[in-house]
Design a protein around this ligand. Structure first.
Ligand code: PEP
Ligand code: MN
Length: 267
């Protein structure tokens, strides 16, 4: 169902008034995690003012260490919704367990399946049954084939509202947190009808590399970007090194726009 042959012109995925897979690139921005009402509200105001089309913010954080901040959980979804409504943006947050899908669906316009859950087939099936728009990230060590099979789990339950997100893969290179697989973008476009966006933040792991990676993704044909932006990254409770400040984000959108225009897309 996800194959290019099924829908040769490519699928479009709508989330309220945002369309993935059309001429306009979708810019999703916001903090790694929702930390407080003030933090997410400031982030929402700032990213909206700089032109973001959707607000992100993690409520359930899949952290490598069990001792690291795990997110505000359901309260995080609630605060995200409140901040998104205050600025009139749709919002997205991760779901890590099928049990949380109902509450996520109540507060979010789109759910994210993170890299660590790309092959959580129960979760994928439940999201498939829910019909909710979903952003499916690639697994840290997954092939494109495995990724598209994961998408198929959602589509085969009757939910075509799947957007893929390339977030970097694990390689021998340690200069970056992950290696952004830019080639995955045209490979996915050849094989699949699904829109694909790029996450330069989790690939880079480092603020200074976020802009060039986003530019590369857009040049390769990505349908949008999801980027981490925090009103005060120094105090961030997760992913502090890679989150852009609000002024950084403004600059970032201007740089990425140049590439978008060069490849005939709108941002
Ligand atoms: C995130 O988006 O904050 C996240 C945890 O991403 P990933 O699953 O790509 O690591
Ligand atoms: Mn993060």
């Amino acid at each position: 169902l996800a194959s290019r042959e099924m829908v040769p012109e490519g699928r479009k995925v709508k989330v309220r008034d945002v369309v993935f897979g059309g001429p306009e690139l979708v810019m999703i921005a916001g903090p790694c995690a929702v930390e407080s009402e003030e933090q997410i509200t400031q982030a929402a105001l700032g990213v909206k003012a700089a032109g973001a089309k959707m607000l992100r913010g993690g409520a359930y954080k899949p952290r490598t260490s069990p001792y690291a901040f795990q997110g505000l959980e359901d309260e995080g979804y609630r605060l995200l919704r409140h901040a998104a409504d205050a600025v009139g943006l749709p919002c997205i947050s991760e779901v890590v367990d099928p049990q949380d899908l109902d509450v996520a669906a109540k507060y979010c316009d789109m759910v994210q399946v993170g890299a660590r859950n790309m092959q959580n087939f129960r979760l994928l099936r439940e999201i498939g049954r829910s019909g909710m728009p979903v952003l499916l990230k690639n697994g840290i060590s997954s092939t494109v084939e495995e990724w598209l099979d994961a998408a198929e789990y959602i589509l085969s339950e009757g939910n075509p509202n799947v957007v893929l997100c390339e977030r970097g893969i694990r390689t021998f290179e340690t200069a970056t947190r992950n290696t952004l697989d830019v080639s995955a973008v045209p490979v996915v476009k050849e094989r699949s009808s699904l829109p694909i966006i790029v996450d330069p933040s989790h690939a880079a792991g480092k603020r200074s590399l976020v802009t060039p990676l986003a530019m590369a993704g857009v040049a390769a044909g990505a349908d949008g970007i999801i980027v981490e932006v925090h009103p005060n990254p120094k105090t961030a409770m997760s992913d502090a090194a890679q989150q852009l400040t609000l002024p950084d984000f403004q600059q970032f959108t201007q740089e990425v726009r140049k590439v978008a225009e060069a490849v005939g897309r709108i941002l």
